[in-house]
Design a protein around this ligand. Structure first.
Ligand code: DGY
Length: 331
């Protein structure tokens, strides 16, 4: 019988993930909700495990992977409970023969829901209006009270039209929005038609959109994809929505664009140096800020959590992990 593998779960995750792991191995887990191990602690605890069940807050860099590869038992796989895996040095993992998996698909609808909620909240100034009311400042209905931007009938520009972008487009169709998109991979004409999405260059998308919503993965080629030049292409009335990854936007350039009224507002679920936020953003009323909760419904987080476990279990049984991102390590 195969030896029971050692599995490390780096943060508290939804309960159904654990029995799946416990059925095959010995699980060591950080059970303190909301506690993120600092890098040095992760590096101290990681080696000596066959499997690491990681979160996007874990910096799984080459040093960590090399330490895991040199330990007994040898690190075999990192299963990330997130669709994004920019927290993992996949090249180093591949070089060391360590498998990496993610959790695509199951969070797309929930993330699209929140992108749309953020769009609505920013356009219609909902958090700002609520703060006003709670502060006891509401003295009666006013014709100019909290007039915001029109959502229905406006133009939504998607930067990135993968799984999540397409669902955001579907949400937008309920608001009679015109959807234009830019993606490095243009979809076939029949898909554009089916999704009611019109392809344009990135410049055209930025110039024509009332709302620009980002849905690309973060990688070297998307670092600061939206910066000073791009803000100047946008309409002064435009609102930027980011539920993808913070460093896709140059956050200092964003602050400047908002201060100089180059654009009108921003709805952000992610930040360049998360959990830090550019201090000026915290003082701006035309910005809605959320703590990276786009996939945070209990149902979706449970699906993500069990999916990460399933990937480990499959690898343990000698099967192809269903969501492996570097299949070349399987030989
Ligand atoms: C992801 O999965 O990459 C999201 O950012 C968190 O759900």
């Amino acid at each position: 019988m195969a030896e029971r593998p050692k599995i490390l779960v780096t943060q508290k995750v939804p309960d159904p993930a654990y029995p799946l792991l416990e059925a095959i191995g010995d699980v060591e887990a950080n059970m303190e909700e909301g506690v993120i191990w600092p890098y040095e602690e992760l590096l101290r605890r990681g080696p000596g495990h066959d499997y690491i069940y990681s979160l996007l807050t874990d910096n799984i860099d080459a040093r960590f992977l090399e330490a895991g590869a040199a330990s007994t038992p040898r690190l075999k796989m990192v299963a990330n409970m997130a669709v994004g895996f920019n927290n993992i040095d996949v090249d180093a993992a591949t070089r060391l023969g360590i498998a990496v998996s993610n959790t695509p698909g199951v969070l797309s609808d929930t993330t699209a829901d929140l992108a749309f909620a953020l769009l609505m909240a920013t356009a219609r100034r909902i958090p700002e209006a609520e703060r006003f009311l709670r502060a006891g400042k509401y003295k009666g209905w006013g014709p100019l009270l909290f007039c915001g931007a029109e959502v229905h009938g406006s133009t939504l520009g998607l930067i990135g039209a993968g799984r999540i972008g397409k669902i955001v487009s579907k949400r937008a169709s309920g608001f009679d929005m015109k959807v234009i998109y830019y993606d490095v991979n243009r979809m076939p004409a029949e898909d554009e038609e089916k999704n009611h999405m019109t392809y344009m260059s990135m410049e055209e998308v930025l110039q024509q959109s009332d709302f620009v919503s980002i849905h690309t993965p973060y990688m070297p080629s998307t670092h600061h994809l939206i910066g000073e030049r791009e803000f100047h292409l946008m309409k002064p009335t435009a609102i930027l929505i980011n539920t993808a990854r913070g460093p896709i936007v140059d956050e200092k350039a964003l602050v400047n664009a908002l201060q100089t009224k180059t654009i009108a507002g921003a709805g952000l679920d992610v930040f360049e140096n998360e959990p830090a936020v550019e201090p000026e953003l915290l003082t701006m009323e035309n910005v809605v800020l959320l703590p990276h909760i786009a996939s945070a419904s209990l149902g979706t987080r449970t699906l993500m959590a069990t999916m990460a476990s399933d990937n480990i279990v499959a690898h343990f049984h000698g099967q192809r992990p269903p969501n492996i991102v570097n299949p070349e390590v399987l030989g």
